[in-house]
Design a protein around this ligand. Structure first.
Ligand code: SAM
Length: 324
C-alpha cells in the first residue's frame, strides 16, 4: 500500500513510456487552438518590440501536434523568428521538432531563460496528488492504494513521522487542505494540490520575458466544497472514464485547483477556455464556396466543442506575464 502520489508517479512513468495521448483521449489541441496561440505570440511580440527570436516551449507536448499546428498557421512576420520546442517524458515520434525528454518539474533543462511563450495543455492534471479522506472520528487520513486500485485509510495527515515514512510532507499537505479544500463530513475527499502549485510556479520560472499559459480541467474552492466533495480522481483508457488503478495501464488524472496555483505566483490570473476563445472570428470567408466553406463548417464545429460549458469550455487557463 502506498500514498496516491507515490503510486501515481510510478504508474505515470509506466503509462507514458508505452502510450500515446491520442489513443486515450481527445484534448483541445487543434488548428483553432494554434491560431489562438498565434494571437498570444503577436501580443508578446509587440510587447517585446519584435525580438530576433521568439521561443514557444510546450511542456507535456504529447507528440508535438500543437507545435506543428502553430508552425502551419504562423504568419510570415512570425514564422522565421519562431523557435518551437517540445518537452515531454516521451521522445517525439518525428525528428522535425526540437525536443527535450525530461520529467518535470525539474531543476535543470538544456535551455536558457525563455523569451516568448511557455505553454502546457493538459499537463498540470497529470502532476501526481495525494488523496485525503475524512474518517468517522473527524480525522483527515492519507488514502493508501495498492497496484490493483484497492484503497485503505492510512495515517492521520497530522502524523508528521508516519507521513514522512511514506514520502509525504505532512505540514505542507495539512496547510494546503485547510486553506484550499477543507473536509467537513465523513467520506469527504480532497486531492492535495501542493505538487500542482509547485509545477505552476516552476513553469513561470522558465520565462525571462513573455507569457506562461497552462490549461486544464480545473475547479475553484466553491466547487470543491459543493460538487467535488468526493474528489475528481479518475482513470482514462481508450476514450472511456475508468476506475483509477495505478498499474500503468490507465491514465490517471484529477482536476487542478486553479485558484491555489494562481495564489502561488503573484500576478497569475485565470479564465475559462470559453472566455479565452470568445474573440475567435465566426464569420465565413467572404464568398466562400466548396472546400473553403467545408473548412469553415469544420472550424465552427471545433469552436463549439472547445467552448462547450459542459466540456472543454469549462477548462481553466492559468496565465502569467513577465515583461521587463
Ligand atoms: C494528457 S497528455 C497532453 C498532451 C498534449 N499537451 C495535448 O494537449 O494533446 C499529457 C502529456 O504530458 C506528458 N507528461 C506527463 N507527466 C509528465 C512529466 N512529469 N513530465 C513531462 N511530461 C509529462 C505525457 O507524456 C503526455 O504526453
Amino acid at each position: 500500500m502506498r500514498p496516491w502520489s507515490v503510486a501515481w508517479s510510478s504508474a505515470a512513468d509506466l503509462f507514458w513510456r508505452r502510450e500515446s495521448p491520442g489513443d486515450h483521449f481527445r484534448t483541445s489541441v487543434s488548428d483553432l487552438l494554434a491560431e489562438r496561440m498565434i494571437d498570444e505570440l503577436h501580443l508578446i511580440d509587440r510587447r517585446l518590440a519584435n525580438p530576433p527570436e521568439l521561443t514557444v516551449l510546450d511542456v507535456g507536448a504529447g507528440n508535438g501536434e500543437l507545435l506543428r499546428a502553430i508552425r502551419a498557421c504562423a504568419p510570415p512576420d512570425l514564422l522565421p523568428r519562431l523557435r518551437l520546442m517540445g518537452l515531454d517524458l516521451r521522445p517525439c515520434p518525428d525528428a522535425d521538432l526540437e525536443w527535450i525528454v525530461a520529467r518535470t518539474p525539474t531543476a535543470s533543462l538544456p535551455l536558457g531563460p525563455v523569451v516568448g511563450l511557455v505553454m502546457a495543455h493538459e499537463w498540470l492534471d497529470e502532476v501526481p496528488c495525494d488523496v485525503v479522506e475524512r474518517d468517522g472520528d473527524g480525522h483527515d487520513r492519507l488514502v493508501l492504494v495498492d497496484d490493483g486500485g484497492v484503497e485503505e485509510l492510512g495515517p492521520s495527515l497530522t502524523d508528521v513521522a508516519a507521513c514522512a515514512d511514506l514520502g509525504v510532507d505532512s505540514v505542507a499537505a495539512v496547510d494546503w487542505v485547510a486553506r484550499w479544500w477543507p473536509l467537513r463530513e465523513v467520506g469527504d475527499r480532497a486531492e492535495v494540490g501542493v505538487g500542482r502549485d509547485r509545477a505552476w510556479r516552476w513553469l513561470t520560472t522558465l520565462i525571462a520575458d513573455g507569457t506562461a499559459l497552462a490549461s486544464d480541467y480545473g475547479h475553484l474552492v466553491t466547487q470543491r466544497l459543493t460538487d467535488q466533495r468526493a474528489g475528481t480522481l479518475v482513470g482514462y483508457r481508450h476514450g472511456r472514464v475508468v476506475h483509477p488503478v495505478p498499474d500503468g495501464r490507465v491514465n490517471l488524472t484529477a482536476h487542478v485547483a486553479v485558484d491555489s496555483c494562481a495564489a502561488q505566483v503573484p500576478g497569475s490570473t485565470f479564465h475559462t477556455q470559453r472566455e479565452m476563445l470568445s474573440f475567435v472570428s465566426t464569420s465565413p470567408p467572404v464568398g466562400a464556396t466548396g472546400p473553403d466553406r467545408a473548412r469553415h463548417v469544420a472550424r465552427m464545429s471545433t469552436l463549439a466543442r472547445l467552448r462547450d460549458p459542459a466540456g472543454p469550455g469549462a477548462f481553466y487557463w492559468l496565465r502569467w506575464d513577465r515583461f521587463a
